[in-house]
Design a protein around this ligand. Structure first.
Ligand SMILES: NC(=O)c1ccc[n+]([C@@H]2O[C@H](COP(=O)([O-])OP(=O)(O)OC[C@H]3O[C@@H](n4cnc5c(N)ncnc54)[C@H](O)[C@@H]3O)[C@@H](O)[C@H]2O)c1
Length: 440
């Protein structure tokens, strides 16, 4: 099939590449000229395991192409996916300006039947807006072409995006158009070989499904963090409680690790957007508001533990940070707890020595650009030299079994603040460390 994917971020590039891997002819479009120039040369702008080799392979066999010019390529496609960003607007709602810009371009250039599929996470009713914008442009041009607007929310996880896309738990298609359902069923069939994972529903329910899924996961995280905070007060161990409750199959083990809060490009903005959607519809959504509130406080729990140990004024203190990305397997630092913790420590006079396997460039060039109090090193042990304590903020695999003797010899004082509860089972206190974790 001939496919167009607009927006070559995490979702667009992974989706386009995976469609091309199944033999479709895909063109990925972006307004970012540098990004497209690089992609044409096989330079992938994000870190996502397995992505680069698939991109190179499919450029080579001409299944994967790149363009900045939607009007040039639009009418060669049967299906167009909109996968542009929907960042948080000032009032917390999802900002639809990029989605509607793409819709306008489609309306200005379409000259045959097209299935328009919205993959971006968008508020309920957006498909109707996209339809209206395209129709307005067709009316201005005084032409008429049939087109369908379908919702196909994406559930991939950064860090495991290729695997998630290739073997999805489910493919949600929101539309009442049988022609579009048939086409998308054909397109997704190679991804759903072993099970029937194709679920069709009305377009509004499909849009809502994405927000409900992300908010459910965020709720589990905030719930467990709240339990961890209570555990600390009453002398219980949140990790043992986690194992105790996770063994109940109705609860399960996933998304109940106590930690320093959820971050990333999706949960914070999608929880906020759902709160706004509820408010706009005269519903207060008290539970979902609390999920966000708990998370905002949780992001700073580790910084508070540092202050409790070293005092309010951290002038002259140096902290080693292991992990900047919001989770392992990605270079994405959007809403990462590390960002908030580093800012808080620097505000109190501290200096930071940071190491992350993939996110240093993101931090240095963008999120912490120009911040003089932070230096970056290329090995986890280097970050420890002369530091007063180690803060572990992202659970990368290479941090799982470090050499604790080496850590002790490099730190000025053997103090570890574990924001991810990675060493909970290791009895570090008995090994001579001052070991602080969440929920104990
Ligand atoms: N990142 C994730 O893990 C994830 C998972 C599921 C769903 N989503 C959703 O998917 C959407 C995209 O997320 P992302 O993380 O891939 O975003 P991103 O910010 O990484 O990428 C968006 C891309 O769209 C491009 N763009 C903006 N306007 C454009 C236009 N008019 N024409 C062409 N390109 C344009 C930008 O240049 C950028 O490259 C969002 O709605 C997000 O909520 C993201």
């Amino acid at each position: 099939m001939k496919i167009l994917v607009v927006g070559t971020g995490y979702v667009g590039l992974v989706s386009g590449t995976c469609f091309s891997e199944m033999g479709n002819t895909v063109t990925c479009v972006d307004i970012d000229q540098d990004k497209i120039n690089n992609l044409k040369k096989g330079i992938v702008p994000i870190y996502e395991p397995g992505l680069e080799s698939l991109v190179l392979k499919n450029i080579e066999n001409s299944n994967l192409n790149f363009s900045t010019n939607l009007s040039d390529v639009l009418n060669k496609a049967e299906i167009i996916f909109i996968a542009v960003g929907t960042p948080m607007g000032e009032d917390g709602s999802a900002d639809l300006k990029y989605v509607l810009e793409v819709a306008k371009s489609i309306g200005e250039n379409i000259n045959k039947r097209l299935i328009v599929v919205n993959k971006s996470t968008v508020p309920i009713g957006t498909a109707d807006k996209v339809k209206e914008v395209i129709q307005n442009e067709l009316d201005k041009r005084e032409v008429s072409f049939p087109f369908d607007v379908v919702s196909n929310p994406e559930f991939l996880k950064e860090g495991a995006a290729i695997n998630d896309f290739m073997k999805p738990d489910r493919v949600i298609i929101g539309t009442d158009c049988d022609f579009a359902i048939d086409k998308l069923k054909q397109l997704y069939a190679p991804f759903c070989m072993s099970h029937e994972r194709f679920i069709t529903m009305d377009v509004r329910s499909a849009e809502m499904t994405k927000y409900a899924a992300n908010t459910m996961l965020a709720t589990k995280i905030s719930f467990m963090n709240e339990i961890a905070n209570i555990c600390e007060k009453v002398g219980a161990d949140a990790n043992q409680v986690r194992i105790g409750i996770g063994s109940d199959s109705r609860i399960g083990y996933s998304f109940i690790y106590p930690g320093c809060g959820y971050g990333g490009s999706c949960f914070p903005k999608d929880v906020r957007a759902l709160i706004k959607i509820a408010e706009d519809n005269h519903y207060k959504a008290p539970l979902i508001n609390s999920v966000e509130e708990v998370n905002n406080v949780q992001k700073l729990v580790i910084a508070k533990k540092v202050v409790a140990k070293f005092g309010e004024d951290l002038t002259g203190k140096i902290f080693a940070i292991w992990g900047l990305a919001f989770k392992p397997g990605t270079d994405d630092m959007r809403e990462a707890p590390a960002f908030y913790i580093i800012k808080e420590l620097i505000k109190r006079g501290a200096k930071i020595q940071a190491y992350d396997p993939k996110a240093i460039k993101e931090a240095r060039d963008f999120y912490l650009k120009g911040v003089k109090e932070i230096s970056y090193v290329n090995s986890k042990y280097k970050a420890l030299e002369n530091a007063d304590a180690l803060l572990l903020l992202t659970e990368w695999k290479e941090f799982r079994s470090p050499d604790f003797e080496e850590i002790k010899s490099l730190l000025k004082t053997p103090v570890i603040f574990d924001g991810r509860n990675q060493y909970t089972m290791l009895r570090l206190n008995e090994k001579g460390f001052d070991y602080y974790q969440i929920g104990k």
